[in-house]
Ligand binder design. Sequence first.
Ligand code: FAD
Length: 401
Amino acid sequence: MSAEGGTVASGPRVAVVGGGIGGLTLAIALRRHGITATVFERAPELREVGAAVALAANSNRLLRRIGLGPDIAGISVEPSALVYRHWREGRILAAHPIGRDNAYQERFGAPFYGMHRAQLQRILSAAFGTEDLCLDRNVIGLRETSAGITIEFDDGDSFDADIVVGADGVHSTVRSWVTVEQPPVYTRTSGFRGLAPIDALPSLPDPSVLQFWVGPDLHLLHYPIAGGLVNFLAVSEGPDVWPTKESTLTAAPDELATMLKGWHPAAVEMVTSVPQSARWALLHQPALRHWSRGRAVLIGDAAHAMLPHHGQGANQAVEDAVVLARCIVDAPTNEHTAAFERYQRLRRSRTRKIQHASLATSPLLHIPDGESTIARDAVFTDVPARIDWIHGHDAWPAATI
Ligand code: FAD
């Protein structure tokens, strides 16, 4: 493909590889600063079926500032509270208001929302427009030239740019060009996801809450989204070895229900109300020392894939996107190295800390009944204070330092 077509841009020619949450947010943020990026997405259409995402105050405040606040509010559901429950008895271990009394927004300055992932993708792609969003474009490599950088597609085509941003997720092609450091590792934990109709959950104590059921070797997290649905993610220990390079494994029809034998009826009801999903490997990217090489730079999961236990993967992709846009805009023409160094300085230690907090949370959610649950429950009781540094963070002023 030649570089013709699309919008006439000012500033550097930016090519974004990956039209996920990070890539599209970056492209929208750049457009607000007068720079038009071209986004290359390998999927033929932007949609993810059967999955939801939760956006916390730290990304919602940024999405508001790039003009997406009302649209995102329109597709979202704010949970009434965060609740932790005992896996078998259903006993409440800790509870904190979210939407109730506007408690979360008062504390963190922006809302907490659950939404269909596909609807979020639609809002992002509508805000960016179709002119510079190229679907069905699978990037297989990069090549630096004396004049810039070229991305190569699997059909032999290529595209010339000044800057390439790898927003291509956990199995990033751009990352393997940027660094030879270790790729993401399997954490010996895996997840099952589903969207259960609330009507099919008569035993569920309160469908309006964001809730963790915690038990030995397994936890079940769920929250409401639009359309009378509850999105759930069940995470279990194992298998010890992930047998394939793919992120998912086909699961037996009753695999998750079998794991939940003896659990509270609400938990069993939830996972059996929909067909068994695939089983997802949960991955962690060991900290990369280099997020950029030459004219290419990484954002989101490509740079720092993390466990979902703080619900921060997509939120951190949004923070990266807004900060990187700012760094690119502030840098003088052809000073991409300074922009990338500033971006990495602003983002690396924060994302690393959140990755480690997510890793540390994993065993806490899978403790068997006994003495150690006392310390665990004390942590649950203290959650709002413990997540202040994540949800209360404002990446935008940080980017303008
Ligand atoms: P992605 O969303 O993975 O987007 C990458 C895009 O790049 C994709 O569209 C892909 O098709 C495209 N692509 C890949 N390779 C190429 C190529 N070679 N050429 C062109 N295009 C390419 N995070 C949260 O914040 N909240 C949650 O509630 C949450 N729940 C989760 C639950 C589970 C089970 C899992 C596994 C993750 C969850 N996450 C959550 C994490 C979140 O999904 C990711 O962190 C987030 O999607 C990362 O965004 P991204 O834009 O970096 O990458």
